[in-house]
Design a protein around this ligand. Structure first.
Ligand SMILES: [Zn+2]
Length: 256
């Protein structure tokens, strides 16, 4: 029996009003980065984690303004806490899949297809079949794990702006990993929240709803984006030089 976690979320201040939040007890493969951004009139939350433990309660001290919760895409490791927030946004292509939520949401290694096992074995948490090394609550059981369905309050499209008063993020539609994957781009600072379109680790373009053709176009678009820092959906953040290297590596790997 797993012990109950003292604390489910960790966080780190990243500068420019950005706080990185993550779930240390999850297997890294299903542990997404959650980003909180402070604005003058409103806050932005990029992705919401697994939903294993309430997120809103855990970040209540960070949030003093209305908060726009944006999911970069439909995959379960990014949308678990979305239902907790008053303003819920996602690309219009994936918004309907949030209610009812019927996507794959494995919490055991044995639930994944064999081809995923090598990634899961990169687990440093010591967990075996369960993809966590602590329970989120005393009465939690793996069999009950589900993503709470929710209706979006705003359906995003490429070029939309999420305005926080003194700062604004542009929605970039970045299909490939999934059809409605998006990034959020702040031209003034060069901060780019990229979701699972690009991060510094193995990229997935072979999932049931992935498209390599779309991914190639997304990567070519990203290559010219004048970023200062990329805060991805997984793995540590990186700068423009590394982004271009990841793009070029992807393009080469797919013969483009
Ligand atoms: Zn994903």
């Amino acid at each position: 029996m797993l012990r109950v976690a003292d604390r489910w979320f960790e966080r780190r201040t990243m500068g420019e009003g950005v706080t990185w939040i993550w779930e240390p007890h999850l297997n890294p493969f299903i542990r997404c980065n959650i980003w909180h951004v402070r604005g003058r009139d409103g806050d932005l939350l990029v992705d919401t984690g697994s939903g294993l433990s309430p997120l809103r309660r855990a970040i209540v001290d960070l949030v003093a303004r209305p908060l726009a919760a944006v999911a970069t895409h439909i995959h379960y490791d990014h949308v678990g806490g979305l239902y907790e927030f008053d303003e819920r946004m996602m690309h219009h292509l994936e918004a309907p899949r949030m209610n009812p939520y019927r996507e794959f949401h494995p919490i055991r290694a044995s639930d994944f297809p064999e081809s995923f096992r090598p990634y899961l074995q990169a687990d440093s948490t010591g967990a075996r079949d369960l993809l966590l090394d602590a329970r989120p609550a005393e009465n939690w059981t793996a069999g009950d794990y589900a993503i709470t369905s929710t209706t979006l309050t705003r359906r995003l499209t490429d070029g939309d702006v999420v305005d926080l008063g003194d700062r604004a993020f542009e929605v970039m539609h970045l299909p490939g990993h999934s059809p409605g994957s998006i990034g959020l781009w702040e031209p003034r600072t060069g901060i780019f929240f990229s979701g699972d379109a690009i991060y510094d680790g193995p990229l997935f373009d072979m999932l049931p709803d992935s498209s390599i053709r779309d991914y190639l176009l997304t990567m070519k678009r990203l290559r010219s984006l004048p970023v200062t820092v990329v805060h991805g959906g997984h793995e540590p953040s990186f700068g423009r030089e590394r982004m271009v290297a990841i793009v070029d590596q992807y393009l080469r790997s797919r013969g483009a």
